[in-house]
Structure formats: C-alpha cells, structure tokens
Design a protein around this ligand. Sequence first.
Ligand code: SF4
Length: 434
Amino acid sequence: MDTVEKLGILADAAKYDVACTSSGVDRAAVGGRLGNSVAAGICHSFSADGRCIALLKVLFTNACVYDCAYCVNRRENDVPRVAFRPRELADLTIEFYRRNYIEGLFLSSGVLGCADRTMELIIETLRILREEYGFRGYIHAKAIPGASPELIDRLGRLADRMSVNVELPSKESLALLCPEKSKDSVIDPMRRIKEGIAEDRETRAALRKKTCYLADRRPRRSARSFVPAGQSTQMIVGATPETDRRILTLSSSLYRSLGLKRVFFSAYLPVNEDGRLPRLHAAQLEREHRLYQADWLMRFYGFDVDEIIDESAPFLDAELDPKASWALRHLDMFPVEVNTARYETLLRVPGIGVRGARSIVAARRTTRLGEAELRKLGIAFTRARFFITCKGAYQGKGVEYTPEALRGELRRHVGTGASGRKKVVPGQLSLWGE
Ligand code: SF4
C-alpha cells in the first residue's frame, strides 16, 4: 500500500482523538533548521471531518492489539490495518511542512504488539524529524499506557506536548470497556511526565545560576526541554454512567495533582455494536460543550467544582451555561456595581468574561461606566444587565428579580454575542473537502 493510501486510513482513524491543542510553546526559527512553533493556540487537524487542521493529525498504526469497546480500531473490528514506517512518516511530515500544509504533527497510535514496541516506533519517527531533519515545528505525541519510564523520558525530549488518555472517568469503567488498560497503566506515565517536567525546570534553573557546585547537573545547552508545552489528556463522556460532577472532580484533581495543561472531553460516538455500550444514536455534543464551559470556569474564573455543581444535582444544566446557572443560584450576591466591584467579582457576572473584566477594571480608572461604555468594551450587556448596577442604577429593570424570570431571559439570549445578534458558528474546515 502506498503512503497516500495509508495516510487516508490513518488520518481518518485519528479523528476521534480530540486532545490536540498546540498552544503553549514558542520557538523561533533558526538558520539551517526547519520550522518554528508559536504559542498562540494552533488547534488544527488533517482529516475530512476531524476537529483540527494545521497539524498533521495521524495514527502511527491502527493495527491495535487492544480491544477498547468504543474504539473503531479495536482488534475485533474488521477494518483495513496499516502502519507507517518511522522514516516514511517523518518524510511525509517534512513534505507537508515544506508545502505549508501543516505547522506540526499530532501523533497517536494503536498498540502494535505491546506498549513499549509502539513507543519505540513513535520515538524513532520523532528522532528522525528532530535530529536528522532538524525539525523545530510543534509535535504532540501520545504516550501509550503502560509504557516504560525510560521510553517516556526519551519521548519527552523529542515532543513539545505529550498526552496519555485517561479514556474514562472511573477505574471501574476503564476495567469494563478497556480490559487491557488500568488506572495505574494510565496514571504512571502521566506522573513520570510531571516529574520529568519538574526535573527539567530545576536543571534549567541551575543552568542559569553561575555556580560550579551545580555544574554536573547542568544540561547541555543544546539539550531539548522536556515536554515544554506540558501534558494533556482526553476523557470520553457518555459511554459510561458517571455524572458531570464526577467528571469535573476528576479533571480538577488531574489539574491539581498532575499539573495538566488541558483535559479534553470527547462526547461518546457510537461506532461499535457492543452490549457494554449505551444505545445512543448521536454524540452528546451539548453535554461536551457544557463540560468545556465548566472546565473553563475552573481554570480561568476561580470556580471550584463544588460551586459549579453539587451532589444533589450532579449533571450540568442543559439549558444554561454553568456560570449563568451558578449566578441564578446565588442571586443574593448580585447585582454588583461595575464601577467598584473587584475583578474577581466581575468575573462571576454572566456576560462578563476574563477580557471584559480586565477592560472594565482598566477603563474605570479614567471614566465612570454606563451601558454605552460597557457595550463598547464588548460586554454581553443583554446578559450582564440582570446582574449589575451602573452608577448605582440597576440595569435589569422590567424583569422580575427571581431565578425563574431571569432564567427565561437568559435562555432567550443564548447564542447571542455582545451586540445581541445571533453568532454564526462556522463549520469544521476540511483539507479534503470541496
Ligand atoms: S488502545 Fe484502545 S483506544 Fe487505543 S487504538 Fe487500541 S483499541 Fe483503540
């Protein structure tokens, strides 16, 4: 089979993996080397209906010896099986880079024989790219659960970002749907990556110190950083009965204990017939969206899981975003005066995001803010007005200040931007498409 045919199969097989944000690393071009990397989030892929574009997003092989119930590549399935050779994939990446099709590589894989053998092949591909071709573009590589720590260390010196998929939100579900994987086989490599990042940071700090006591610990100047863009993971949502609260609690602990940069959620897509899987006809994309919103609140808005969702109602509100939902449960904390409220308080107002809160704090140094000024700053005034006062005047007049009445108003404005107009959501781009 030629390389293009393999690419068609392996790029298509990779489309279910969503953990592919490339933000987080800046690396300038260097004379005599190829490529650079920009920290601004490039989140692109290659397949026709994949979720990204400018990364070549591909599997090394779909010939997998594991049998994860939900996966199209599971060994039970009767699909064409192919694998790249390391040099073949490295050459392909370089050719695509030179033609300006891609800015980097997102490489995952089925398990070819065993975890370590698969890791060796991935490492060899990246070694050719980095050491023979001098490729400095972005590379996100998946580590295979159960891989040896030495191979994690080696891969970490070649990739910018690594990820090990948690796959499912509990070890019971993992045992049920992925019998060859276990909590330890997933968490151990993640822990090794975390330690590697910390060690690398320490040795680089030592490099900057002008003392000979630390000379033996200093890395060579040319040594690559260990996973400079950090690690991420992916979790499938809706294939097993865990609640949103359970999923968010796990995400929060992964951020805290393993220093993850991102937890990606992937709505379960029914592709296999299996008695262990739920009978769904479509992916729960709305649920996935709400989980991302909640994840955003935890990472950028200072919310705890317990604030977003409580045990008595462990699923996120399907009708409203989690911040609006929280605000309706805490109406006693509103309205807040935009001209005096603390930054952290502004962040809790529906319709005011991180950028909006910063703009308000900056603008009110020189002026008193009213509706016109807030609209100019890009605040979603149609939503925010129920929760704020401007110069002492409540902005949500005309609507009863009760959770029920405000819920109705907020639902009317779902999907509208600061201007109140409907937002147009662009479809996925496709390299193959018309
Ligand atoms: S390890 Fe599991 S999820 Fe990954 S390719 Fe193999 S069967 Fe699919």
